[in-house]
Write a protein that binds this ligand. Structure first.
Ligand SMILES: NC(=O)c1ccc[n+]([C@@H]2O[C@H](COP(=O)([O-])OP(=O)(O)OC[C@H]3O[C@@H](n4cnc5c(N)ncnc54)[C@H](O)[C@@H]3O)[C@@H](O)[C@H]2O)c1
Length: 377
């Protein structure tokens, strides 16, 4: 069942992707057009299920896309590349060429590029101008900025410069936009920027989309606790190619990612078990990720047991529907006058701003959030 017929179609809503030419952003734009045109069902979109009927979410057909990227490959060409890689279905880029071209025309050059001499303030002002220009040209009622850019290493504590993700987050606040951080990068998660968003009455949600291995962990870890089984060690390995695999080949970027994957275990088990998470870049796999978990646990009378799981997913196909869900939910929260972090959206993240860590409780919180949106109409 879909929420069609109960959505807000009269006003248009802007979705501004940081990393707009990446796999996740391209799949989200293509997927939105494909579902709107009735070419494919909205599989994987939680906001298209019955509990979200009547919550006033912006209709998929009312979303207008734009964004920043440092790459220059046109969006229709990126979509063709994703088709060749088996991420998008054959024939789709041709069928939605107009929508891809329209989004492409609203992508601006991001930064900072190597050799860029602009100060943080100048970069923030330039990015904010790009976002407000987009809103003016397209006539959208409000815009949500969604970070789907390459994962950054965690910034050094004494670095006087803001990381790129935080420059964009500051620009979002300056442009009066709500904000979603689908990556493990810092984004809005600094004291000053979080306070600025709160003062401006802007809602935000983050961070790092929970699409595969961590999704499974947030289901399995509570099971061990509920059955009074003692987890002795939890180890994981990920094999992945594509742009994300290449970015995560940098050990500092991988460390930022793995912190979120490990947090869910500490939060649900009450203590961090032995074991590590590794991410290997395997370019030949493209967007197809294999995530292997090996869980050593003790049963009655100390009997030793092992659970192993293998998750094989298409990363962007898992991420894109969640990105569309988040864009709709956060822009609707903005319209409803909610501000600050949205704990009801922890369901979507590896490293949520607050709230429970187990998926079942996070889903309950999401349903309560939907109810709140419904009541605010
Ligand atoms: N299942 C998933 O795919 C999943 C899950 C959780 C999080 N994520 C995160 O989503 C992000 C995007 O993943 P992807 O597979 O689309 O990666 P990708 O490499 O295909 O795309 C990233 C894009 O960001 C752009 N970029 C890099 N630096 C930039 C800057 N300073 N300004 C603007 N653009 C910049 C790149 O040019 C590229 O087009 C990654 O951080 C990834 O960790 C993905």
């Amino acid at each position: 069942m879909t929420t069609s017929g109960t959505e807000s179609t009269a006003v248009r809503t802007g979705v501004w992707f940081v990393g707009a030419r990446g796999s996740v952003a391209t799949t989200a734009v293509a997927g939105c057009a494909a579902v709107t045109a009735g070419l494919h069902p909205a599989t994987g979109m939680v906001t298209e299920t019955a509990p979200f009927a009547g919550t006033g979410l912006p209709a998929l057909s009312s979303l207008v896309f734009g964004g920043h990227d440092t790459a220059s490959c046109p969006l229709p060409k990126r979509a063709e590349e994703l088709t060749v890689a088996g991420v998008l279905p054959h024939g789709l880029p041709a069928a939605i060429h107009a929508e891809l071209t329209a989004a492409d025309q609203e992508i601006r050059t991001g930064g900072p590029q190597p050799g860029d001499t602009r100060s943080d303030e100048e970069l923030i002002a330039a990015f904010a101008d790009d976002i407000t220009g987009f809103a003016r040209r397209t006539g959208v009622a409000r815009t949500v900025v969604v970070n789907v850019s390459s994962t950054e290493p965690s910034p050094a504590p004494d670095d006087p410069r803001l990381p790129a993700s935080s420059l964009y987050a500051a620009a979002a606040v300056r442009a009066g936009c709500s904000y979603v951080n689908f990556t493990p990068s810092t984004g809005l998660r600094t004291e000053a920027l979080t306070a600025a968003a709160e003062a401006a009455g802007l809602p935000h949600a983050g961070r790092d989309g929970k699409t595969g291995q961590t999704l499974l962990r947030s289901v399995l870890a509570p099971m061990f606790v509920q059955r009074a089984l003692t987890v002795r060690a939890w180890s994981g390995t990920n094999l992945l190619g594509g742009g994300d695999g290449a970015a995560l080949a940098d050990p500092a970027a991988a460390a930022a990612k793995n912190a979120g994957k490990e947090r869910v275990l500490a939060d649900t088990l009450g203590t961090a078990p032995e074991g590590e998470v590794h991410i290997d870049d395997v370019p030949a796999l493209g967007d197809w990720k294999t995530a292997w978990d090996h869980i050593a646990f003790d049963g009655f009378l100390g009997s030793r047991m092992i659970l192993q799981t293998i998750w094989q997913g298409c990363d962007s196909a898992l991420a894109a529907p969640l990105v569309l869900d988040l864009a709709r939910l956060v822009s609707r929260a903005h319209e409803a006058g909610l501000s600050g972090p949205l704990p009801g959206l922890g369901f979507y993240f590896k490293d949520p701003d607050s709230g429970p860590a187990a998926l079942a409780e996070q889903f309950e919180a999401l349903l309560a959030f939907a109810e709140r949106l419904r009541e605010s109409r």
